[in-house]
Design a protein around this ligand. Structure first.
Ligand code: ZN
Length: 280
């Protein structure tokens, strides 16, 4: 079973032990962690739950408990129902991301991005926590956009979310575009919208040219994001999945890790960095 599941009385998995005793970390590194020079990472909601941002699709997720909440994130509904927009602005004001801090998993990926390992982070998250943890913005591809900006649905003007939220606080329940009066929305991809042009293509190139593709905290059920796993594996990369629950790509994976993300990802980063330093 290798790195799969740590259910019940099973002993800790050897490949994931914290550096114990005098053994150097690279001695414990699994084969897929050795000699990696190009790393591409896909992150989903699971990497941000330790930062206090709920996973919308997980068992305790907002949409799982309240399917009606998904309506709020549907483009056509948002564009035609002013009440939905007013509620959306209120939920943006109250979003946990405004007070969230990056966690050790975000930090570990930032360390990799700053190392000699050529690292690209592709994220399904809109919370900006990878950049706040120190991963350079040009190393982060935000598949579903960012909640830190707003975009006008009429003229396409892009501006800071913070300014729009100030207007909501000042009494505008559905602030229009200051330029053209059009409907503003967060610069994120809603249900019923396509990804922003060029974004998936950029992610696919990163998936195709890496030696190791790490999928972290994603259910791998949302396309086309999940298909990046196949693109990487088909191009010859090792595919390693770190997620609490099974995913449709587990069978295609080199290894599946069920340990908590905040523990597993820093450990993987240590292994990759040790192996890259000592492997030269
Ligand atoms: Zn406008």
């Amino acid at each position: 079973m290798g790195l799969r599941g740590n259910a019940g009385a099973e002993p800790p998995q050897a490949g994931l032990r914290v550096n114990a005793g005098a053994e150097p970390p690279q001695a414990q590194a699994p084969p897929w962690a050795r000699g990696v020079t190009a790393l591409t990472v896909l992150t989903g909601a699971g990497i941000s739950t330790d930062s206090g941002i709920p996973d919308f699709r997980g068992p305790q997720g907002l949409w799982t408990r309240n399917p009606g909440a998904e309506r709020l994130s549907t483009y056509q509904v948002y564009m035609t129902d002013p009440e939905v927009r007013r509620r959306s602005w209120q939920s943006r004001l109250a979003h946990p991301a405004w007070t969230a801090e990056p966690n050790p998993a975000h930090g570990a990926l930032a360390r990799l991005a700053g190392s000699s390992i050529d690292t690209q982070v592709i994220t399904q998250n809109i919370d900006g926590l990878h950049q706040r943890a120190g991963t350079p913005a040009d190393r982060v591809t935000e598949l579903h956009g960012t909640m830190l900006d707003v975009v006008c649905t009429s003229c396409g003007d892009c501006a800071a979310m913070a300014d729009a939220l100030d207007r909501v606080r000042a009494g505008e329940p559905d602030p229009p575009c200051p330029r053209c009066g059009g409907i503003l929305k967060s610069a994120t991809v809603m249900f019923g919208q396509s990804l922003f042009p060029g974004v998936f293509e950029r992610a696919a190139i990163a998936a195709a040219r890496c030696g190791l593709f790490l999928a972290i905290g994603s259910t791998l059920t949302v396309q086309p994001a999940a298909s990046l796993c196949s693109i990487a594996a088909d191009a010859g990369a090792s595919l390693v999945i770190v997620n609490r629950d099974p995913t449709p790509y587990d069978a295609a994976a080199t290894a599946v890790i069920r340990d908590p993300i905040g523990q597993a990802v820093p450990q993987i980063a240590d292994q990759l960095l040790a192996a890259s330093t000592h492997g030269r």
